[in-house]
Design a protein around this ligand. Structure first.
Ligand SMILES: Nc1ncnc2c1ncn2[C@@H]1O[C@H](COP(=O)(O)OP(=O)(O)OP(=O)(O)O)[C@@H](O)[C@H]1O
Ligand SMILES: [Mg+2]
Length: 505
């Protein structure tokens, strides 16, 4: 029997001005979890898009299940047995779970009507096969949580009995428990003979789940690694090449409480989401905001940003109460938000990188004097460099950037705007290990300039490394505040879990 499910031979892919893949060759064994790692823009998603029929290679060949294949579209790849879960989820919000799973190959009766009962039953089978119990096939996608959507994507990818399942950063928005579940599910699928290509920036996951690791850099295949014989340091060194590794430590603020209060939140409540939240934010402070996913952290930031109509309580900016009815009010008052879901909430995909970066800043300065195109241009160039955004030029449409570089573009937009208060919701999601340092450095430098930052993150090491103080939320409430000098992972977890046990007993 053939040992490999898929053999990639000398594959190249060129886009205008970009050589995204250069002579990539490697093999994927039957029944293995094969991790592909590399920096933002290394070419991981492009390669997966070729395997799944989204793009055709410029040259080279792909062999699948013993035969050369030339997929002209994703449908053809899916029918051949390659299922793909995209980096940005692609489900239709107003269709049911079952309709999404069978999208593109919906069984219909002679009159052309969808056989609803049949797709519901089959969807249930697939969901059960991957071990998912609590998602009903006839519910609309828009009512599901991110992790549930992720699971539906996987069910969809598996709906035609995939032999190769491609997962592009499936864990980036999941909680620790959900990640455990997903990795367990991947291992079960592997044991049943499915091969999985797994892209992630979380290198611990690679060590715990992968059977083989492939490293890519700048469109090239660098090396194959055995997870039993490698470690995170070695993986990083192959990912970044000879470049010097930056490691960055903040100089923390002392006596935070004695500094000017820039923003004060008093008894902020959004029924059903957050209750009675009060805190102060000081000038130049980085205030960490953490807790479990679902604790109400994003809801708190969204409430401050004018996202909900039914907010109770007050927000004071520099001592004066401000009424924020709409995001525009917030921006005008000097509050900015880097949202978690860049595609839905932030980027204009068809517009250029430059316009996406400068859209808020340009509007702000054009209201005052005439707009100096040159200065906007050079500012955009400065941020492109500081964040090392990988793009042939600033005219490139954002839709053509890699996921991590899209994220950097939106961070640049809000940093450039120079707000009084910059709120960031999971800013390093999908950002490679090296580029995280650059973002940390930028956060530190804008804080030094006097901008106050609220940093929402689920990664405790990130929170501890960056925050002058830390707010801990749980179940819609503020459970505690820790100063940098006393904060540890254990202390943060205690705030979350002590209450939990206390409530149960
Ligand atoms: N449709 C396209 N048109 C032009 N350039 C593209 C297109 N798609 C990808 N690229 C470029 O190809 C390179 C590789 O991008 P790719 O999305 O494969 O990176 P990645 O490894 O998945 O990165 P990330 O970790 O940030 O998701 C990048 O420089 C990107 O800008
Ligand atoms: Mg990608």
């Amino acid at each position: 029997m053939e040992e490999y499910i898929c053999r990639i031979k000398d594959v190249c892919k060129e886009f205008p001005g970009v050589k995204a893949l250069k002579n990539i060759s490697f093999d994927i064994k039957k029944g293995e979890i094969h991790a592909v790692i590399g920096e933002n823009g290394a070419g991981k998603s492009t390669l997966m898009n070729i395997l799944s029929g989204v793009y055709q290679p410029t040259s080279g060949e792909v062999e699948f299940d013993g035969k050369p294949v030339h997929f002209l579209d994703p449908k053809a790849a899916h029918a051949a047995g390659i299922g793909m879960v995209h980096q940005e989820l692609s489900l239709a919000q107003y269709m049911t779970v079952a309709e999404n799973i069978f999208q593109g190959h919906m069984p219909a009766n002679k009159a052309g009507f969808i056989r609803r009962r049949e797709i519901n039953r089959k969807s249930l089978d697939i969901l059960q096969k991957i071990g998912v119990k609590n998602i009903s096939p006839d519910i609309l996608i828009k009512y599901l949580s991110i992790s549930q959507k992720q699971l539906v994507e996987i069910a969809k990818a598996m709906s035609l009995d995939a032999k190769l399942l491609i997962m592009d950063e499936p864990t980036s928005s999941l909680t620790v428990d959900e990640i455990d579940f997903l990795l367990g599910m991947m291992k079960n699928l592997r044991d049943s003979g499915v091969s999985i290509l797994f892209i992630t920036h979380k290198l611990e996951e690679v060590l715990s789940a992968a059977d083989t690791i492939s490293v890519m850099r700048d469109g090239e295949y660098i090396t194959k690694l055995d997870p039993k014989k490698t470690n995170i340091q070695e993986m990083i060194s192959y990912m970044v090449g000879r470049k010097e590794e930056k490691s960055y430590t903040r100089s923390f603020m002392t006596n935070v409480e004695s500094k000017d209060v820039v923003m004060e939140v008093k008894n902020l409540t959004v029924p059903g989401k957050i209750s009675n939240i009060s805190f102060q934010l000081h000038r130049g402070e980085v205030l960490g905001l953490t807790g479990l996913v679902g604790a109400g952290r994003s809801e708190l930031l969204n409430a401050i940003f004018g996202y909900y109509p039914n907010v109770q309580g007050k927000v004071l900016l520099e001592g004066k109460e401000v009424r924020i009815k709409h995001c525009k009010d917030a921006i005008d008052k000097g509050i900015a938000l880097v949202p978690e879901n860049r595609k839905e909430l932030g980027l204009f995909l068809k517009m250029s990188v430059r316009d996406n970066m400068t859209i808020v800043h340009a509007r702000q300065i054009s209201g005052k004097v005439f707009m100096n195109v040159k200065s906007v241009e050079s500012l955009a160039e400065k941020y492109r460099e500081m964040l090392s955004i990988k793009t042939p030029n600033l005219e490139q449409k954002v839709v053509n950037l890699s996921g991590g570089n899209q994220q950097k573009t939106i961070i640049a937009r809000w940093m450039m705007h120079q707000p009084k208060v910059l709120m960031m919701d999971e800013p390093t999601h999908g950002i490679d290990v090296g580029a995280k340092q650059e973002i940390y450095e930028l956060i530190d430098s804008i804080a030094k300039e006097g901008i106050s930052v609220i940093l929402l993150s689920s990664e405790l090491p990130e929170i501890l490394r960056m925050s002058d103080r830390i707010l801990i939320m749980h179940q819609g409430e503020l459970r505690g505040t820790l100063d940098h000098s006393e904060a540890t992972e254990v202390k943060i977890m205690e705030y979350i879990f002590d209450k939990e046990t206390a409530e149960v007993s």
